[in-house]
Design a protein. Structure first.
Length: 183
């Protein structure tokens, strides 16, 4: 008998919505949610070496999105602006055991300009436009802590190689600010 009364009570509660009066619908706020700025370092990998404000200080471009990847001894970070595909900045850091003569003979690209006071040895160069993007600027160096680092800037399709050359100079200054040890 108690079981039937209990079952009947549950049935009444289920059909009446637990006896509560009809509730107002849930209302969402009318304004947009507040955006929270996330630092590049929060993406991990080589992104831990980058700071959006420092990048902007040296390149005059504001980035706000970062993505990292790791494969073997190589860590990579790509940064972009939320609302644009270009420009794009990529930092790649690879653990290495090469020395300066090996870097100069095997890593230093043809046509690159040597850069002093950047790690143990460094270079800068520009690359041509491609089908989907503009020219590139690249700065590479053999860091003192047995790491090979490369900063690569990909320009928007409308930019020319002179623009990439100017960016390469700013990338050298940015590279000198990076501490590749904490990976």
């Amino acid at each position: 008998m108690h079981g039937r009364i209990w079952l009947a009570g549950v049935g009444v509660l289920l059909t009446t919505g637990c006896g509560a009066a009809e509730a107002d619908p849930v209302r969402l706020p009318a304004e947009e949610p507040a955006a929270v700025e996330v630092e590049a370092a929060s993406s991990g990998g080589a992104c831990r070496l980058l700071d959006f404000a420092v990048i902007e200080e040296h390149t005059e471009v504001r980035f706000d999105v970062a993505a990292a990847s790791e494969r073997g001894d190589t860590r990579t970070c790509v940064v972009r602006a939320t609302d644009a595909s270009w420009p794009e900045l990529t930092l790649t850091v690879t653990d290495t055991s090469i020395d300066v003569p090996t870097f100069t003979a095997d890593v230093l690209p043809d046509g690159a300009t040597k850069v002093t006071k950047l790690g143990q040895a460094g270079y800068r160069r520009t690359g041509p436009k491609a089908a989907k993007h503009g020219p590139t600027a690249e700065v590479g160096w053999l860091a003192a802590e047995d790491r090979l680092a490369v900063l690569r800037w990909t320009c928007p399709p409308g930019d020319d190689r002179a623009t990439a050359g100017a960016v390469a100079g700013r990338l050298v200054d940015l590279a000198r600010k990076l501490d590749t040890r904490p990976l």
